[in-house]
Write a protein that binds this ligand. Structure first.
Ligand code: SF4
Ligand code: SF4
Length: 418
């Protein structure tokens, strides 16, 4: 089995170990949805190798459709006994397809937003303003309008974890554990700013000094997933430069974290490798530190691991360990939790029907666990929006939360904040 932390083989070479056994097929959400071998990891590996050899041209419509329909979730990697690096091969193939075919004007427009700080700040800022009108809550539901409205509605802070105070009770904090810089991101910095604020507070309670880092941009993940490696690398390079000197870079978005940790292999410089080495998911860091225990949060929640945390970064047990430190919190892992929710960057906007079909079994598992469940907890903005919109579409009154929001709630109840 491949170790996502230590195995850094890149490009098509990462596909070399494939022996076409098919063990990965039941782990693939798109194969389970369509039943087409070409929509499975094994089928796509055959297509990618044909593309590499030149047996299939990069403009072949069928090839592009099957590779487009891949979520990039890497759920196939842990189920592969041969250690195939599917994600690395896919990235190479998508880069080639992007170079030859480009993308549709709508996708190009959407991606260009992430490339310009002013553009995403204005767009997501406007969305946040629109969210305050409550129209997204009222219009949330099924269909081409209802589902996106549900996604926007799911970005709101609803459990009162918005800060009441900026002050941390120093008398209850452990000795200093050093200085960290928070990667604020684009969607996290705008639509999920309350999660960034909760992250900062929980880190401070745990003895970390969180320093501001100016000049941050998007990590480039949406561009990288679409195959635009050049522009993704420009953004990554900018991140390496602005965080130069930070002891550790802390991320609370699984998708951003996975991309930032790839900086070394993508940019190929010592500075980028060192930057990737210093990058930590917030739950990874807190699990290592041994989090401070707060007050009881006597509710039952389901943890749904983001693919880019569990499969791409190999972080799973750490999140459960942190949640286990919250007194009286009951944590469940529902059947199928390890599978992608269908969000996958902009996949749910490009393939809305397939994305919702992939989400279906997850919603059914949540429905079977309700009404005991108070929240579904996941550490990635796309998953929070996709699952949140799905819950609204099927009428389940269950919150979606980031894990640090629960920790933040526990600390606030314990009086860590004034
Ligand atoms: S990717 Fe792994 S599990 Fe899937 S067919 Fe190839 S060797 Fe078998
Ligand atoms: S990355 Fe996800 S969708 Fe793509 S082949 Fe692997 S399991 Fe299937």
């Amino acid at each position: 089995m491949r170790n996502p932390v230590t195995d850094t083989t890149t490009g098509y070479a990462a596909l070399d170990p494939c022996v076409h056994c098919g063990f990965c097929l039941p782990a693939c959400p798109t194969y389970l949805a369509t039943g087409d071998e070409n929509d499975s990891p094994r089928g796509r590996i055959v297509l990618m190798r044909a593309l590499e050899r030149g047996d299939i041209e990069p403009w072949d419509r069928s090839l592009r459709d099957h590779l487009d329909r891949c979520l990039g979730c890497r759920g196939c990697e842990p189920s592969c006994p041969s250690g195939v690096g599917y994600g690395a091969g896919l990235e190479e193939a998508r880069t080639r397809l992007y170079q030859v075919n480009g993308v549709s004007w709508a996708t190009r427009l959407g991606l260009s937003i992430f490339n310009h700080r002013l553009a995403w700040r204005v767009l997501f800022g406007a969305a946040r303003l629109f969210r305050t009108t409550r129209f997204p809550d009222l219009l949330a539901g099924r269909g081409r309008l209802g589902f996106p409205m549900g996604m926007l509605s799911a970005t709101a802070s609803r459990n009162g974890t918005r800060q009441r105070s900026r002050h941390v009770a120093k008398r209850m904090s452990p000795t200093s554990r050093g200085t960290v810089a928070l990667f604020t991101g684009c969607v996290m910095d705008t639509l999920f700013r309350h999660v960034n604020q909760a992250t900062k507070r929980t880190l401070e309670v745990n003895g970390f000094e969180v320093v501001e880092t100016v000049g941050q941009s998007c990590c480039g993940a949406p561009l990288l997933h679409a195959g635009d490696r050049t522009r993704a690398c420009t953004l990554l390079d900018q991140a390496v430069r602005v965080f130069n000197g930070a002891e550790a870079i802390v991320v609370n978005s699984a998708g951003c974290g996975a991309t930032l940790k790839e900086a070394g292999s993508l940019l190929g410089t010592p500075a980028a490798s060192e930057f990737a080495h210093r990058t930590r998911d917030v739950l990874e860091l807190l699990a290592e530190a041994g989090p401070v225990v707060g007050a009881a949060v006597p509710i039952e929640i389901a943890y749904d691991p983001p693919c880019h945390l569990q499969h791409a970064q190999g972080i799973h047990r750490q999140v459960l360990d942190v949640l286990d430190t919250i007194p009286e919190l009951r944590v469940r892992t529902l059947p199928g939790a390890e599978k992608c929710c269908g969000s996958a960057g902009v996949f749910n906007l490009q393939h809305p029907e397939l994305a919702q079909e992939i989400l279906g079994p997850k919603l059914a598992a949540v429905a079977s666990a309700s009404p005991a469940l108070s929240a579904v907890v996941t550490g990635n903005p796309g998953c929070l929006m996709q699952i949140g919109a799905g819950l609204k579409a099927v009428g389940l009154p269950i919150e979606v939360l980031h894990p640090v929001q629960l920790l933040d709630l526990s600390y606030r109840e314990a009086g860590f904040y004034d």
